[in-house]
Design a binder for this molecule. Structure first.
Ligand SMILES: [Zn+2]
Length: 298
């Protein structure tokens, strides 16, 4: 389902359009906001944070948002403003189903030595530094899955390691044979190509607008830091390096430092949203979804 709002000042022809899609999501899912018929960069607020917009063509701006895993189920407002005009729409966040999993690992991979802990902390710190950087948009159109295969651990799975340490799985574990190519989910710049303690051979792509994809446990990387890669380009090969019990790809998507369900990102019709065809098509197909609001100019 999609929300479409036509916002106009009383007695004036001036209006801007807002498309929010989808309007019902599960915790951890992303959504897209497209603002049309505007000349200046709009602003949007969701969950107390602003969403960065980027141009998607003439008089068109696009932003991505996410409902973090710890979002309370229910309606959450998204406020979109264009100059003096604003509209508030609601996104319904549903609880969803997340697995629980018990895992047995060598003790030295769960209870870290002081040296390993120092190393893992430094690597986590470097990654947090990356998530904080919001660079110009590089992603273009729809995202793809970096590897097709069975899922051994789903996104958001609550894991209990060696019956003591609890963690929430930040991404998807996708099964694959050693050496299977791992593909870039979209256009991006390589901002990390490093052998890390937990992730083994890890590649991180910055897609711009605060969106990052992370590829872990690879046998080897096929990219270097600073390189620009296109969607579908090989970033590395499936392996079992780092804290891993068999060949698979751990794939994480970060938006605004928040874990995003990778499957739900692939389902966002970004290729169409950028040209506003999503909104136009939905409005024609089902007028009942169209919401028209009059907002007085303050
Ligand atoms: Zn994993």
């Amino acid at each position: 389902m999609t929300f479409i709002a036509l916002v106009c000042a009383a007695g004036q022809a001036y209006a801007f359009t807002v498309v929010v899609h989808p309007v019902e999501i599960t915790r951890g899912d992303p959504f897209v906001v497209v603002v049309g018929n505007t000349t200046e960069t709009p602003a949007a607020e969701f969950g107390g944070a602003g969403l960065p917009f980027t141009s998607c063509g003439e008089a068109c701006y696009i932003a991505l948002g996410v409902a973090p895993l710890d979002t309370k189920p229910g309606g959450h407002p998204i406020k979109v403003s264009d100059g003096p005009l604003s509209v508030s729409l609601a996104i319904k966040v549903v609880e969803g189903k997340f697995d629980t999993q018990s895992l047995t690992l060598p003790d030295d991979k769960v209870t870290l030595s002081p040296e390993d802990e120092t190393r893992a902390d430094a690597e986590a710190e470097r990654m947090r530094g990356l998530w904080a950087m919001v660079n110009p948009r590089l992603w273009e159109g729809d995202f793809i899955m970096p590897l097709e295969g069975g899922i051994s651990t789903g996104f958001g799975t609550v894991r209990l390691m060696n019956e003591t340490k609890k963690s929430i799985h930040s991404g998807l574990d996708i099964r694959g044979a050693y050496g299977t190519p791992v593909l870039a989910a979209n256009t991006g710049q390589v901002v990390m190509d490093k052998d890390t303690f937990f992730g083994g051979n890890t590649v991180i792509l910055d897609h711009g607008m605060g969106l990052y994809t992370v590829y872990m446990h690879m046998q080897e990387s096929r990219v270097v830091e600073g390189e620009l890669v296109a969607r579908g380009e090989v970033v590395g090969l499936v392996g079992s390096t780092g804290r891993s019990t068999g060949p698979h790809l751990h794939y994480t998507v970060k938006l605004d430092a928040t874990n995003v369900n990778p499957r739900a990102l692939v389902e966002l019709p970004l290729g169409r949203a950028q040209t506003m065809e999503l909104g136009k098509a939905t409005a024609r197909a089902d007028n009942s979804l169209m919401e028209q609001k009059q907002v007085h100019k303050q």
